[in-house]
Design a binder for this molecule. Sequence first.
Ligand code: AHR
Length: 308
Amino acid sequence: GGAKEPAPATGSDLIVVGYAQVGAESDWRTANTESFKSTFVEANGYKLIFDDAQQKQENQIKAIRNFIQQDVDYIVVAPVVETGWETVLQEAKNAGIPVILSDRQMKLSDESLYVAWVGGNFLKEGDDSVTWLNTYLKSVGRDNEDMNIVLLQGTIGSSAQVGRTQGIVEGLAKNPHYKLLARQTGEFTQAKGQEVMESFLKAYPDIDVVFAENDNMAFGAIDAIKAVGKVPGKDIIIISFDAVREAFNKMIAGELNAAIECNPLHGPRVAEIIQTLEKGGTVAKIQYVVEEVFDQANAAARFPTRMY
Ligand code: AHR
């Protein structure tokens, strides 16, 4: 032995992290918040200042300004939308506070305004969802049928919406059997997803496939489909994103056909970036998380090990 145990961190030497969170709009978001709250604890040497912006950019900008005022050591942002961040990030830069982005990305004129980003590849998720549909329809011998499709989009202007919509729309355009009837935002919430699906079902009595840009909107769509006497997962194929635990329950129950994974457990990933920076190291600017595709064929087997 000989080596001494490090002294427990005291108030003054904790690393102070401000997290500007989007809101609490989905199961995914709750798991993401929990990941940060359980990672950035005193026992790990951190003090976390958490802000929930209720899906409003102006609230996030206020939160970032508060973090700057409090002279935190790091600012972490999950930006609600992609654009409009230059001014406040410049203020953080002027104050010498490193900014780390997580989950959604920003579109910036100056990439030096943040140190690193870690999150899911939304465009790839969108691609994967159409690839899943192609493979599935082939496997059930329906690949020569025309398909009427609707799309429930996430928060317009969020990189999760932009990437997934692009992947889906471009993927669908490659198949002449696919007809995208309508797309509309359900704001990533179950309530809005249900409402928009109800209006889709009224306007288009013959929908074959729904893409929901997150699980919670799919849960709302499932309720809307049941309410008109149709069977979700059978009469209408439903594909969503995130793959939270409730999505596995719905796949096992046959009501949801596929869930494209978006992993929310970014707390430890951001902590690793901070630890590297603390040691004076360099970090990769763009860090994509590896994500899978789940459906009714593998849901039951994979459910027990799911972390969110
Ligand atoms: O940015 C990630 C997305 O935001 C998740 O897919 C969605 O559930 C959340 O609201």
